[in-house]
Design a protein around this ligand. Structure first.
Ligand SMILES: [Zn+2]
Length: 117
């Protein structure tokens, strides 16, 4: 079972399976975070914390970007709508071999919201 972990280890996300693809998005927040997202249903992710977390919600936003309050690593995002069956896990927190095995995709979140590849 792949485990994504922040740098200090206070936040871990257990995935039921390694992601087949990860997404680099060029939208205003993703390009700043520099993350790679693995999109998956929340039911396939178990989040464990042993320390404080913090979050960021853009003004009027419908989702929260979560991070470890100790080391600052962005860990995931989730929509406020519980019926939305997708969340984003920061694949950069996965072991490098698992990340390397995933297909890298580029999402034009800034303009068209479509994949560029
Ligand atoms: Zn941490």
């Amino acid at each position: 079972m792949p485990v994504a972990t922040c740098h200090c280890g206070a936040v871990t996300l257990d995935l039921t399976a390694p992601p087949s693809e990860v997404t680099e998005c060029n939208c205003s927040i993703c390009r700043r975070y520099g993350v790679l997202w693995a999109y998956m249903p929340p039911a396939e992710v178990t989040i464990r914390t042993t320390g404080p977390t913090d979050r960021y919600v853009r003004e009027g936003g419908d989702q929260a970007f979560q991070r470890c309050a100790t080391c600052g690593c962005v860990t995931h995002w989730q929509k406020f709508d519980p019926a939305f069956d997708r969340m984003g896990v920061n694949a950069r927190l996965l072991p490098p071999d698992i990340l390397a095995a995933a297909r890298l995709r580029h999402l034009d979140g800034a303009e068209t919201d479509r994949y560029l590849d």
